[in-house]
Design a protein around this ligand. Structure first.
Ligand SMILES: Nc1ncnc2c1ncn2[C@@H]1O[C@H](COP(=O)(O)OP(=O)(O)O)[C@@H](O)[C@H]1O
Ligand SMILES: [Mg+2]
Length: 340
């Protein structure tokens, strides 16, 4: 195929580009800000994300991917176009793109991803289920008749998948993930302390003192919010166990989702998973203790991948390099789809 081959991890919070021969070349927030008065784009990526909840009324920051699927087509195409331009610079041919999608994506949503990539400047596009890409990015061997379970915990979805022979055999995509947890932390603080905080602060709390279990030695942090009644600034302290209280229902929902997929999994694949364990990827897998809690509740070893946010982008890089070889060996990714 002439032209540059690039892999794009189109995430709810972050879009990451992988270029064949170079590795991960850029990572930007999946956000765009419009100036509604002058009808123009004022920021794309991290700068646009910084404007969320902070922009004046004339500027509208948009996060165009919701739960792993496109909710705003033209905003997504604009972001992809910026990424493609930055990566391809003076290339004559349009690049071939490998892009991810949640494993349970509907066919119109999958088509929208292909079309947004093409509108953003891609030539041929191949959409592959995110857990398949993540598994390849981690270096798991998935092309054999052997069950592998990968759970991708992102901002918008928790994608739980059993993979065998290069494709997803059983999967579910939960809408419980990092963004929902941020909202629950914000609600908890409003309910328990009568203080309002924004989603940026809630996310920072999750990253700093977030925990998937009740810690015996608590950690705390200090946060500035706004007193709900007086409207005055208020500095307060929040502990890891309070954050656990805010997150525990989500952790239970993730556990239930995994148990549901394991229940549907036939015994031979199930026993492979019990022997090999389960791998967590995606940024939310960094929530302290999540791997240990799941190991204890499921009775199956659960491990977090190294560099979990980049598993899918690295997997796209692997596919760019090895797709032909895999096809030659009789394995093809059935989730693959080309537009001509
Ligand atoms: N150390 C951390 N602890 C808890 N959550 C984290 C941590 N680091 C990142 N996250 C969360 O991971 C999510 C982003 O993961 P990512 O895989 O990049 O998402 P997506 O692919 O959906 O864009 C966000 O909700 C972010 O807050
Ligand atoms: Mg992701």
């Amino acid at each position: 195929m002439p032209g540059l081959n690039i892999g794009i991890d189109l995430g709810t919070s972050t879009v990451t580009a992988f270029v064949e021969g170079k590795g991960i070349v850029l990572s930007e927030a999946t956000a765009i800000t419009y100036d509604t008065f002058h009808n123009e784009i004022v920021a794309i990526g991290n700068t646009a994300m910084d404007m969320l909840e902070k922009a004046p009324d004339s500027l509208v920051p948009v996060k165009p991917i919701k739960s792993g699927v496109i909710s705003d087509f033209s905003a997504t195409a604009e972001i992809l176009s910026t990424i493609v331009e930055k990566v391809c610079k003076n290339q004559i041919f349009r690049p071939n793109v490998i892009v991810n999608a949640p494993s349970c994506v509907t066919s119109p949503d999958r088509k929208a991803i292909v079309e947004a990539c093409c509108a953003g400047g891609a030539g041929k596009v191949s959409v592959i289920a995110e857990p398949v890409l993540s598994a390849l990015g981690i270096g798991l061997s998935i092309e054999h008749p052997h069950g592998v379970m990968v759970i991708d915990l992102g901002a918008g979805t928790t994608d739980i998948a059993v993979i065998t022979m290069g494709t997803v055999a059983y999967a579910t995509s939960l809408k419980v993930a990092g963004d929902d947890m941020d909202k629950s932390i914000r609600q908890y603080i409003r309910r328990e302390k009568d203080i309002d905080i924004g989603l940026h602060s809630a996310k920072k709390i999750k990253h700093t003192v977030g925990c998937a279990y009740r810690r015996s030695e608590e950690i705390e942090m200090s946060v500035t919010g706004k007193d709900h009644l007086s409207g005055m600034p208020k500095v307060f302290s929040i502990s890891s166990n309070e954050v656990y209280e805010a997150l525990k229902d989500h952790i239970r929902a993730i556990l239930n989702g995994i148990q549901d997929v394991l229940e549907q999994t036939p015994p031979e694949l199930y026993s492979d998973i019990c022997n090999e364990g389960i791998t967590l990827t995606g940024g939310l897998s960094k929530l302290p203790g999540l791997d240990k809690v799941l190991t204890k509740k499921l009775g199956i070893k659960v491990t977090r991948a190294a560099d979990p946010e980049h598993s899918a982008a690295k997997g796209a890089g692997y596919v760019l390099k090895n797709m032909k070889a895999l096809e030659d060996h009789g394995y093809s990714f059935r989730a693959k789809e080309y537009t001509e």
